[in-house]
Design a protein around this ligand. Structure first.
Ligand SMILES: C[S@@+](CC[C@H](N)C(=O)[O-])C[C@H]1O[C@@H](n2cnc3c(N)ncnc32)[C@H](O)[C@@H]1O
Length: 286
């Protein structure tokens, strides 16, 4: 008999258990996305030949092998959609923030202090490399010799591996201005492009679970760019993550969220930036 998991329905109890486990371990809430969860679980269970949800539930929690299987499940369940310069208004905000900081904003940093940028849920790297291109353009345009680094994090190891490779097809490259494409990428076969050494030297990709602040990158950030992650979290979790991100931001630092994300969020230390179309905040100095 053919092994047909395609239509295996999650019972109410199984759905509740899976939802709770995923919410506790990743922050992602599948409450309103039962079908996505069911399809993802089915896909992974088919790949490994596991025939029921309960067995698989135990399996992902079983020691080291469970931890490995958990990584594979995340590869299936996480939404990886991203693109270069995805939110033009937000990237314009980063550009003008950097320009101001580099030209007049020497109140709080000496000239040789590096600029630290964090791409929080970087997926396959397009967001991190976009930030690096903007920072490099800005520094070179002003003929400055300022160091900067982009730390890019994600919970999903397979996405991080693709990000590190920095290999993108022509469809992806369409979103990069041609002058940037020629300066920062090497054309390879089949109309594909690979990130060149300038950007590679400035970016590092690290696995981080955003709901575990102890795993955050070390050091305070000038810019935290966090888009299209919080939408998957419950409101209380969004608030908690945002408060943790504020603690990681330098005074006068910039926090950029996705437009429409965490709209009601307020924080004593953060001032909303009046910036065209962008959902951004500056950290008050004291
Ligand atoms: C839709 S992508 C967003 C990519 C990029 N920020 C953008 O806006 O184009 C969401 C990413 O969040 C990551 N993610 C989900 N839960 C996470 C968590 N708890 N910690 C870190 N990253 C997480 C997923 O793996 C996925 O790569």
């Amino acid at each position: 008999m053919a092994f047909a998991l395609n239509n295996l329905e999650l019972t109410a109890g199984e759905f509740a258990d899976w939802q709770q486990l995923l919410e506790e371990k990743t922050g992602i809430s599948f409450e309103k996305h039962r079908l996505i969860l069911q399809t993802g679980l089915n896909q992974r269970m088919r790949e490994i030949g596991c025939q029921d949800y309960r067995t698989y539930f135990r399996r992902v929690q079983n020691g080291n092998s469970g931890a490995l299987e958990w990584e594979s499940l995340l590869r299936t369940l996480t939404i990886k959609e991203t693109r270069f310069f995805r939110d033009p208004d937000a990237f314009d905000t980063v550009k003008s923030y950097l320009f101001d900081k580099l030209t007049e904003g020497k109140r709080d940093v000496s000239e040789d202090t590096p600029i630290d940028i964090w791409s929080v849920a970087c997926s396959t790297g397009e967001e991190a490399y976009s930030l690096a291109m903007i920072a490099n353009d800005c520094i070179e345009g002003l003929k400055l010799d300022r160091r900067f680094g982009v730390t890019a994090t994600d919970i999903c190891i397979s996405s991080l591996m693709r990000a590190r490779k920095g290999h993108y097809n022509a469809q992806k490259a369409k979103h990069i201005e041609s002058s940037m494409l020629s300066r920062y990428f090497n054309a390879s076969s089949n109309d594909a492009f690979t990130v060149g050494s300038t950007l590679k030297a400035r970016t590092c990709f690290v696995q981080t679970n955003i709901i575990e602040p102890t795993l955050y990158p070390k050091g305070m950030m000038d810019i935290i760019y966090c888009q299209n992650l919080l939408i998957y979290f419950k409101p209380w979790r969004q608030q908690q993550v945002l408060n943790d991100l504020v603690s990681q931001l330098k005074p006068n630092g910039l926090l950029v969220l996705g437009s429409g994300e965490a709209t009601g969020w307020q924080h004593m230390q953060m001032k909303r930036l009046q910036s065209k179309g962008a959902n951004a905040f500056i950290k008050r100095v004291s």
